[in-house]
Design a protein around this ligand. Structure first.
Ligand code: ATP
Ligand code: MG
Length: 426
């Protein structure tokens, strides 16, 4: 879905409140959008909380303009046209979390109870856009001014209810550059190992948000300090062991400093790029793939992360590499990310960047030079009377290398080379 226009989205979020109020319901903006609004940031989405029941919400906006996204949970999406939508949620309280992951049931309730079931004070406020008034039952405004992440109520109990909040605390603290209130932080550190009971999809979604965000280094630091990193990425635990070495024999603490430095210089990285940077000194390509599989990333993201870790040194000697080898890397799908990886590595270690400039120079070659159409294909080999078999790949690769090296330029020369290779080869 394309990003909605912030002004139009806001106008629609006001309209949704107006329509509910016109029918005498209570309705306010709620949660993250209030926090963002009070911080002077454009909310990326708006939630409206109301005492209207899901069926009453649907009646207010019409069945065609609403989608029940969790009617049992009291969530109705109201559609405002072209990627504009607002989620409307009935005030609710969560009834006990016996598994630390999901509420057992949801009861409709009052605005105050709805505020109190939210995670952190800064996420627990309502805003009335018609009267321009903040409704704050949990002290969120104070904490916003003091830049503090504080659990609503007893931190241990709140983390015990839903352990994803452990990770959310770190994400909000890092993303907003807030401190975590001491009692909340103590509970977080004490309970960090329990993060592993949360479904891996939710954990991976938090990782994604943290690693692509400009605050990623703060996030990783905080995860490390609180014990969440050890629970979620034990592959990196060597960084806490005295005088330990990485798999390539580098002192682990030294590799960790470089890793953080590299993470800090990435500009708008993809998730696979940021993840590859995070783990590249501590696991090999297979280990990186294992992490991606554990986190249930898509095949695409898994393949890209794995490839980046595998190719982490591939461009270092670019000026001296045989062109066919370099060409294959430069024409790979992930080349922009690989260059960004190398750029970050150079920035972090002070390595000079002539290898990167060499690659960029090659990448600016006209397409038919950088990646000329192959002179021959498997079909051509069949037509040329070459018996089918495994040697096809070897023949085609040899022809391709010769083409890239410009020692052959026509199909005729390519087929002649095939004949030569067949008379000398195995
Ligand atoms: P973001 O900007 O990352 O979307 P957000 O605060 O909007 O931040 P959401 O995950 O979109 O976060 O959730 C919206 C609101 O729902 C939160 O502000 C919070 O009030 C409440 N909330 C979300 N997740 C939880 C949770 N695990 N426990 C308690 N309340 C939650
Ligand atoms: Mg949100």
């Amino acid at each position: 879905m394309p990003k909605p226009d912030p002004q139009k989205l806001r106008a629609f979020a006001v309209e949704v409140v107006e329509r509910l109020r016109a029918r005498s319901f209570e309705a306010y903006w709620a949660g993250g959008c209030v926090r963002d609004w009070l911080m002077g940031r454009a909310p990326k989405d708006y939630d409206v909380a109301t005492n209207a029941r899901p069926d009453e919400i649907r009646e207010t906006f019409g069945a065609r303009r609403t989608v029940a996204v969790g009617e049992a949970f009291g969530v109705v999406k109201v559609l405002g046209g072209r990627s504009i939508e607002v989620e409307v949620v009935t005030f609710r309280r969560d009834a006990s979390y016996s598994d630390g992951r999901h509420p057992d049931a949801v009861e409709f309730s009052t605005p105050q109870a709805d505020a109190e079931r939210r995670d952190f004070t800064i996420n627990g406020m309502f805003f009335d856009p018609l009267e321009d008034r903040v409704i704050d039952y949990v002290g969120g405004q104070d904490d916003l001014v003091r830049c503090v992440i504080r659990a609503i109520g007893d931190p241990q109990a709140r983390f015990a209810e839903d352990k994803l909040r452990l990770l959310r605390a770190a994400r909000f603290a890092a993303g907003l550059d807030f401190t975590i209130d001491p009692a909340t932080r103590d509970a977080l550190e004490a309970m960090a190992p329990q993060i592993t009971v949360v479904s891996i999809e939710r954990i991976a979604a938090e990782w994604r948000l943290m690693l692509v965000h400009p605050s990623r280094v703060r996030a990783v630091h905080l995860l490390h300090e609180t014990g969440l990193l050890a629970a979620l990425l034990p592959e990196l635990n060597v960084i806490d062991q005295d005088e330990s070495l990485t798999s390539t024999g580098r002192p682990a603490d030294d590799a960790w400093v470089t890793t953080l430095e590299m993470l800090s210089v990435l500009a708008e990285p993809s998730f696979p790029l940021a993840l590859a940077v995070l783990v590249h000194s501590f696991v090999d390509a297979q280990g990186a793939e294992a992490i991606c599989r554990r986190w249930k990333l898509s095949n695409r993201e898994t393949a890209r992360t794995r490839w980046l870790v595998a190719q982490q040194n591939a461009l270092v000697d670019a000026q001296h590499a045989a062109w066919p080898r370099l060409q294959r890397i430069l024409t790979s799908d992930g080349i922009d990310e690989l260059l960004a990886f190398h750029q970050a590595e150079a920035a972090a270690t002070g390595r000079d960047t002539s290898h990167i400039e060499h690659c960029r120079g090659r990448l600016s070659l006209p397409a038919d030079e950088l990646n000329p159409p192959p002179l021959i294909s498997g079909d051509d080999l069949i037509r040329h009377g070459v018996p089918r078999g495994k040697h096809y790949q070897r023949l085609l690769e040899a022809v391709r290398d010769a083409q890239l090296e410009k020692s052959i330029v026509t199909q005729q020369q390519a087929l002649k080379l095939v004949d030569e290779l067949r008379s000398t080869g195995p």
